[in-house]
Structure formats: structure tokens, C-alpha cells
Design a protein around this ligand. Structure first.
Ligand code: NAD
Length: 484
């Protein structure tokens, strides 16, 4: 029986085939014990009418091998196509996206030569759940879902990663000054979990100043853990400041399956020209080698790659007249790396991967705490565009609805209180949130809500959705309106 580890490989679109050919040639020459199982994904599959961009047989291959080395793909323009990356991440539970961003100065030009940070991005939740609706003529919504286990899992992963790779600090980034419940849950979970890792420093930054600091003083960061959307944005900022968008690799890690890729796209502008830098995919492949228990091969490849950069053999994207020795194409670059296998960089710090890094990261979750949940009201959202959108007219009409003491308490428009006692100047759309509670905020029943909706429909209103209001262990579990 072959001792080679089967891996699923996709050559992708655009520059994908060229950089994959180069990467696999280097891995083979370095003695990687891998057996690629090639699948087709991307543009051609989309154009066959498969909206996920991946045939069922490709999913089967991944289920078997559990390791995916993937070239970038081209997502066709227009609607109806689902993001293959998002589908793979969510279908296989790849909850952590890990993106190391390191400067390779002076060989790669950067203003921040000391940058060496790792972004650990939550990969399954947040606005990426893709639950969106158009509700009125003027308003659409996109739901941001954050869960306690989802937050706990990624935060624990970030601390375990820091421990395993000898990193000193984990920084959490959220916007919990505004999204007090959603981002607040992530931040609160971070504070709780951080206490279990006293040997690792921790801090929190609001995402806006956090992003600004990555762009201006990236060397102050070590490991950063954040929500899906923020992670997507800051990882591009971080890659850009290291001057190495074409060099970064990333790992998408789940409990069973993991996917490794370059951070860049399929670069159709240079496809087929033998100009692309294969380093991003190669760095993804190095992370894969560590993951499948071949750290010594990973080390060998990484050191030969750094030596190639030091020797000034550079593809066009990183070529600098003053520093580079030769501008090389994709395959010549790969050949140069192959020729340097066994060598170490002279000036840069040589790679060192511990064999313990191959062990699956153990993420032990705290058992969920059950708390008392009580229904204490309902927000009824209306599409209403009459009477010059005067909130006082709407409020007076809705006062007629009374389901056994469940009555209108306030109306907001885009989150701002407009009734009772709103300001004439507030701009109103056709989308209204009407809050119904008893005057004593008592517990209510679902049948009261059904009765209320019947009455609201009877008054001629189009209710577009409802959102129940709960308390958990006596604590209000919904946001107040601005001006409430
Ligand atoms: P891109 O990353 O493909 O290209 C941006 C610029 O960087 C281009 O000028 C390109 O020539 C250059 N570049 C990228 N990789 C390079 C490399 N290895 N060597 C040298 N130069 C390189 O981004 P884009 O143009 O916005 O997207 C092109 C396509 O890629 C789109 O269809 C997009 O949806 C897709 N995409 C795929 C992935 C993925 O599969 N993971 C990620 C991002 C974008």
C-alpha cells in the first residue's frame, strides 16, 4: 500500500493551472509524500449550470481525502452563482481562516519590515450566511448571525494557535460599541476564553482603529481574531502592507477537512503568460504539508523559497530593478526553488516547523449554559407609504390594535424613534418597526402575537416581518431604539 497521503487538487481558472503546476513540481522535488486526486471546479463547472461551481464527485473526493489544495477560480459575472469558497467553507465546517502576513524585507518592498502577524478569521457566520430580503420598495435587509459556539470555537482556535506557534498576544477586533449584542457576544466570549490562557497576552480593539493600526503600525500585532466580514477586509489590508498580495497563502481549517490556497484571485489579465507568481499557492501548500504531518518537507520548501527570494530571482510582480538579479517566469521561478532545496536563507530567519504542529488542534468547548427565556413583546415591521409618511398618523392608527394588553409602545424608522414624540426633521423611509409590549413588560404568549397580527392586517397594514422580544434570565435581549 502506498504511504502517500491522498489530497484533492483543483487547478482552477486563469493563472490557476500555471501556479498549481509550479507548486506541485516543487512539492514533488522536495519529497512530499502526497498523491493528488484532481477535480474540476470553477468557471467551466458554473457554466455547465452547476450553481455551486463544484460537481458532486468533487465533494466526494474531498470527503475521502479531507485535504484540499485549491487554485483560485473565476466566478462568472451575473446572478445565480454561489461562491464556491463560501460553499466549501460552510459545507465542510471550515470554521477558521488562517492568514499569516509576514514581511520579507528587503527582498519584497514594504514600509513595515517588522510585520509578522496572523489573522484568524471566523469563517462560517456573520453576514456571510447570505440571508437577505427586499422588504419594501426602498429597503433591503441582510442578516448578521453570530452564535456563542461559533464565537467560542474560533476564539479558542486563535489561542491554541498562539500557544502552538509560540505567539505572545491575541488581539480581538469587533465593533461592539455599535453592535452591542452581535459583536458584544464575540467580545464577551473572547474575554471569558482569554482568562483560560494567562500565559498569552490579550487585548481588544474596535475594528476601525484596529484596521488603521494594521495599515500604520502592523508590527504591534501578533495574532488577530475577528468576525468573518472584518477578517476578510483586514486580511487584505495586512497582505497589502507586507507588500505581498501575490505571496500570501491561507488555510481554511475545520474539525475534519482543511482547504489550502493562495489569497489572491485567478488574475485573468496575466493568465497563460507564464508571468504569475506561484508563491501564494506554494505558501498555502507549505501550511498543508505541516497539517498532514510532513513538517520537515514544509521546512525544506519554505527555506528554498526564501533563498530564491534572497538570490533575487523574482517574478514580475515583485521585481525591483535595484535589488532583483533576474526577472523570471512562473516555471523558471519554480525551477529556481527546486535547485535550492536543501539550502537555507542567508539573511532571513529560516523556517522551523515543529512536528507537534501536525496534531489536530484540540478545541474543547464549554458546555452551553441554559438560561430562562421569556417572551415579553414583539416588533412588527410594516411596509407603509401613506399620509406623507407621518409617524403620528401611523401611531394613532396602530393604537387601535390591542391583543389582551399587548399594545403599541413605540415606532422607529431605520432604528430612530419617531413615535411617540419623534422629531419632525427625522427622514423616514417606507419601512417601520412597531414595538408592542404590555405596559408592565409582562410575559406574553404566542397566541397574543397571532391575535395582534390579525388585528394589524385587519387595519389594512402590510406586515413584512416580526421579531420576538425576549428576556434571558431577566435581562433584556434586544437593542433599544436610538432616542428611546
Ligand atoms: P486577483 O487577485 O485575481 O488580481 C488582482 C491583481 O493582482 C491583478 O492585476 C493580477 O494580475 C495580480 N495578481 C494576482 N495574483 C497574482 C500572482 N500570483 N502573480 C502576479 N500577479 C498577481 O483579483 P481580481 O482581479 O479582483 O479577481 C479575478 C478573479 O478571481 C475574479 O473572478 C474573482 O472572483 C476571483 N477570485 C478568486 C479567489 C479564489 O478563488 N480564492 C479569490 C479572489 C478573487
Amino acid at each position: 500500500m502506498s504511504s502517500k497521503r491522498k489530497i484533492t487538487v483543483a487547478y482552477g481558472d486563469g493563472i490557476g493551472p500555471e501556479i498549481m503546476k509550479a507548486t506541485l513540481a516543487i512539492l514533488e522535488a522536495a519529497g512530499a509524500q502526497i498523491e493528488p486526486e484532481v477535480i474540476e471546479i470553477g468557471e467551466q463547472v458554473y457554466l455547465k449550470g452547476i450553481s455551486s461551481g463544484m460537481e458532486p464527485s468533487a465533494f466526494e473526493s474531498l470527503k475521502r481525502t479531507k485535504v484540499f489544495l485549491k487554485s483560485p477560480i473565476t466566478t462568472p459575472q451575473g446572478g445565480g452563482f454561489k461562491s464556491l469558497n463560501v460553499t466549501t467553507r460552510t459545507s465542510f465546517g471550515l470554521f477558521a481562516n488562517v492568514r499569516p502576513c509576514k514581511a520579507f524585507s528587503p527582498y519584497i518592498k514594504t514600509h513595515y519590515p517588522k510585520t509578522d502577524l496572523v489573522i484568524v478569521r471566523e469563517n462560517e457566520e456573520d453576514l456571510y450566511a447570505g440571508i437577505e430580503h427586499r422588504q419594501t420598495q426602498e429597503v433591503v435587509q441582510s442578516l448578521k448571525l453570530i452564535s456563542r459556539p461559533g464565537s467560542e470555537k474560533i476564539i479558542r482556535y486563535a489561542f491554541e494557535y498562539a500557544k502552538r506557534y509560540g505567539r505572545k498576544k491575541v488581539t480581538c477586533m469587533t465593533k461592539d460599541n455599535i453592535m452591542k449584542l452581535a459583536d458584544g457576544l464575540f467580545h464577551k466570549t473572547f474575554d471569558e476564553i482569554a482568562k483560560e490562557y494567562p500565559e498569552i497576552q490579550n487585548d481588544h480593539k474596535i475594528i476601525d482603529i484596529g484596521s488603521a493600526l494594521i495599515a500604520e503600525r502592523p508590527e504591534i500585532f501578533d495574532v488577530i481574531v475577528t468576525l468573518n466580514l472584518y477578517g476578510d477586509i483586514i486580511s487584505d489590508i495586512a497582505a497589502q502592507v507586507t507588500g505581498s498580495v501575490g505571496l500570501g497563502g491561507s488555510a481554511n481549517v475545520g474539525e475534519e477537512v482543511a482547504m489550502f490556497e493562495a489569497i489572491h484571485g485567478s488574475a485573468p489579465d496575466i493568465a497563460g503568460m507564464d508571468m504569475a507568481n506561484p508563491s501564494g499557492l506554494l505558501n498555502g501548500a507549505i501550511m498543508m504539508l505541516v497539517h498532514i504531518g510532513q513538517p520537515e518537507v514544509a521546512e525544506k520548501v519554505s527555506n528554498a523559497w526564501m533563498k530564491t527570494l534572497e538570490d533575487g530571482l523574482h517574478t514580475g510582480d515583485i521585481y525591483q530593478e535595484a535589488l532583483s538579479a533576474k526577472r523570471v517566469g512562473t516555471q523558471e521561478f519554480a525551477q529556481a526553488v527546486i535547485e535550492r532545496l536543501g539550502q537555507k536563507p542567508t539573511n532571513m530567519v529560516a523556517a522551523k516547523f515543529d512536528s507537534s504542529a501536525a496534531k489536530p488542534m484540540e478545541i474543547k468547548m464549554n458546555p452551553p449554559k441554559k438560561v430562562k427565556k421569556v417572551l415579553i413583546g414583539v416588533d412588527v415591521f410594516l411596509d407603509w407609504d401613506q399620509d406623507d409618511r407621518d409617524p403620528n398618523v401611523l401611531g394613532e392608527k396602530l393604537r387601535a390594535a390591542d391583543a389582551d394588553g399587548l399594545k403599541l409602545q413605540l415606532i422607529t424608522n431605520r432604528g430612530v424613534k419617531v413615535f411617540p414624540g419623534g422629531m419632525r426633521e427625522t427622514f423616514c423611509t417606507d419601512h417601520w418597526r412597531c414595538r408592542f409590549q404590555t405596559s408592565g413588560m409582562d410575559e406574553i404568549s404566542h397566541s397574543q402575537i397571532l391575535e395582534l397580527l390579525k388585528q394589524i392586517a385587519g387595519l389594512g397594514f402590510d406586515f413584512i416581518k416580526t421579531e420576538n422580544l425576549y428576556s434571558f434570565d431577566g435581562i433584556r435581549a434586544y437593542s433599544l431604539a436610538q432616542g428611546e
